[in-house]
Write a protein that binds this ligand. Structure first.
Ligand code: SAH
Length: 212
């Protein structure tokens, strides 16, 4: 017989031991991580690892990021409840759910259609009504709904796509892994006159697929 796992308890431990312990403090972020059932976003055969301190495969050669990285990237965006956020790389839909717990609207783009279909099913089942999906090359952004208060990119391009920077609101923030062999998380802050870029930490993401 399969052992029954207490996912809620695993989730509490994840937040306490992996996320708060490493310095994430934003209450809204911690609350979202406590609530979103991460095990529902991963394939059944890896469900028992859903709350472990590691990224996991989600099919199509793609991965769901390590919980701490999800929390860290969300926290640095300094989100507010009225914000409109763009995500590039829907993947499993987990990061989109975390964002949807915190902000008003989430627009998420994925290049692999089968992943969008799966993510959409899970997110609808969980009752999210503020997540909007698009299958496309996310380096082009989603022009129709710009400007965004925040943008989060969860696959790594060699350099920051121009369209994304352009679709970011003045005073907006973007978090993006940049680089090919060696990647770093970069926080982009758009000011009235200047765009500031700050390297935060070394990371490993799947490469962003480019179509042009
Ligand atoms: N945020 C996801 C993790 C995504 S992994 C989650 O929470 O599960 C990165 C994702 O980016 C993959 O699903 C990959 O297919 C997607 N991707 C890669 N290149 C892309 C592109 N150009 N536009 C949109 N999505 C892209």
């Amino acid at each position: 017989m399969k052992k029954k796992i207490n996912f809620a308890r695993e989730r509490e431990r994840m937040v306490f031991e992996q996320i708060e312990a490493r310095g994430v403090k934003d209450r809204a972020v911690l609350k979202a991580l406590l609530k979103v059932p991460r095990h529902m976003f991963v394939p059944e055969d890896v469900q028992s690892y859903a709350y472990h301190d590691e990224p996991l495969p989600i099919g199509e050669g793609q991965t769901i990021s390590q919980p701490y990285i999800v929390a860290y990237m969300t926290e640095v965006l300094q989100l507010r409840d009225q914000d409109k956020v763009l995500e590039v790389g829907t993947g499993s839909g987990y990061q989109a759910a975390v964002l949807a717990e915190i902000v008003r609207e989430v627009y998420t783009i994925e290049i692999i259609e089968s992943l969008t279909i799966k993510a959409r099913l899970v997110l609808e089942k969980l009752g999210y009504k503020n997540i909007h999906f698009k299958v496309n090359d996310g380096t082009l952004g989603w022009e129709e709904h710009k400007p965004y208060d925040a943008i989060i990119v969860t696959a790594a391009p060699a350099r920051i796509p121009k369209a994304l920077q352009e679709q970011l609101k003045t005073t907006g923030r973007m978090i993006i892994p940049v680089g090919s062999m060696y990647q770093e998380l970069v926080l982009v802050t758009k000011g009235e006159k200047k765009v500031k870029k700050k390297k935060l930490l070394p990371v490993r993401f799947v490469p962003l697929i480019t179509t042009h």
